[in-house]
Design a protein around this ligand. Structure first.
Ligand code: 13P
Length: 270
C-alpha cells in the first residue's frame, strides 16, 4: 500500500504570496529530489478555503493532491447558507479530498457524529474523498478511555456506509471505500505539543481501529490509517517503520517545504 503524507496547513499562512512561496518551494523540492518522492508516496496538501484556488493552479499538473479542511454539512451543492462552501463547489474547483472531523473543529464548532455524517455523505455524493479524523483528548487518554472514544467516533463510519448503500450500488460503495476513505488517528494531546505517543502505542491503536472498521465492512481492512500529532522529520522514519501506519497528517512541519519533504522521504522509502 502506498503511504499518504498529508499537510494540513490549518489557518496558515496569512497571505497568498506566502502560500505561493510554500508551494513553489515544495514543487522545487519534489523535482530536485533524488528519489521521486511524489511517485512513491502520495502527497497531499490542505490549504485554507481561501487559498485552495491559487494552490490548485500551481499543483494541478503534478502528483500532489489537494484537500479542503472542511465542507458544509448543510447541502452538497448550493443554497441559502451564508458563509458556507459545499462539496460540489470544492469538487468543481479541482479539490479531491476533504478533511472531516478534525479535533479543532470538534472542539471549536462542537462537531458531532450527526453533523459529520452529513459532511461525509455530501463529499461522497460529489466524489470527494474523505480523511476522517479521530482521536482522544489528554483526559480521555489518562483515564484509559482511548478505545471507547474511538468506538464512539468510528460509529459514524458504520452509519455512513449504511446510508451510502441506500444511495449507491454495492460496486460504487466498494469503489468509494476502497479509494476515497482515509482514517487519521490524531490524539488531541499530541497535536502541536511536541508530545508523541510511541510507535508501539500508535501501532496498537491503528490495529484496534482496523479491527473496528472490519466489523462494518470487510473491505475496510484495506483502509489507510494515518497518524497525526507532532510529526517531524526526526520522528517520521520511526512511524514509517510500522506496517500499521499508512502515512501521516502533518500540521506545523508541513508549513516548511523542506521539513514536509523530509517527512515524505521517510515514507517514500517504506
Ligand atoms: P501538528 O503536526 O502541528 O501537531 O498538527 C497535527 C494536526 O493537527 C494535523 O491535522
Amino acid at each position: 500500500m502506498k503511504s499518504w503524507v498529508i499537510g494540513n496547513w490549518k489557518l496558515n499562512p496569512a497571505t497568498v504570496s506566502a502560500v505561493e512561496t510554500l508551494v513553489d518551494d515544495l514543487l522545487a523540492q519534489t523535482t530536485s529530489s533524488q528519489t521521486d518522492v511524489a511517485a512513491q508516496c502520495q502527497m497531499m496538501v490542505a490549504p485554507s478555503l481561501l487559498h485552495l484556488s491559487p494552490v490548485q493552479q500551481k499543483i494541478k499538473d503534478t502528483q500532489i493532491q489537494l484537500a479542503t479542511q472542511d465542507v458544509t454539512a448543510l447541502t452538497a451543492v448550493s443554497g441559502a447558507y451564508t458563509g458556507d462552501v459545499s462539496a460540489a463547489q470544492l469538487k468543481d474547483l479541482g479539490v479531491q479530498w476533504s478533511i472531516i472531523g478534525h479535533s479543532e473543529r470538534r472542539q471549536y464548532y462542537q462537531e458531532d457524529n450527526e453533523l459529520l455524517l452529513q459532511k461525509l455523505l455530501h463529499c461522497a455524493s460529489q466524489g470527494l474523498g474523505v480523511i476522517l479524523c479521530v482521536g482522544e483528548s489528554e483526559a480521555e487518554f489518562d483515564a484509559g478511555d482511548t478505545e471507547q472514544v474511538l468506538v464512539e467516533q468510528l460509529a459514524v463510519v458504520k452509519t455512513f456506509l449504511q446510508q451510502l448503500l441506500s444511495q449507491l450500488n454495492t460496486e460504487e460503495v466498494d469503489n468509494y471505500i476502497s479509494n476515497q476513505l482515509i482514517i487519521a488517528y490524531e490524539p488531541v494531546w499530541a497535536i502541536g505539543t511536541g508530545k508523541v505517543p510511541s510507535v508501539d502505542e500508535v501501532t496498537a491503536v491503528h490495529g484496534f481501529i482496523r479491527q473496528q472498521l472490519q466489523v462494518f465492512n470487510a473491505k475496510l481492512v484495506q483502509t489507510p490509517i494515518i497518524y497525526g500529532g507532532s510529526v517531524k522529520p526526526d520522528n517520521a522514519a520511526n512511524f514509517a517503520a510500522s506496517e500499521q501506519i499508512n502515512g501521516v497528517l502533518v500540521g506545523g512541519a508541513a508549513l516548511q517545504a523542506q521539513s514536509f519533504m523530509e517527512i515524505a522521504q521517510a515514507f517514500a522509502v517504506k
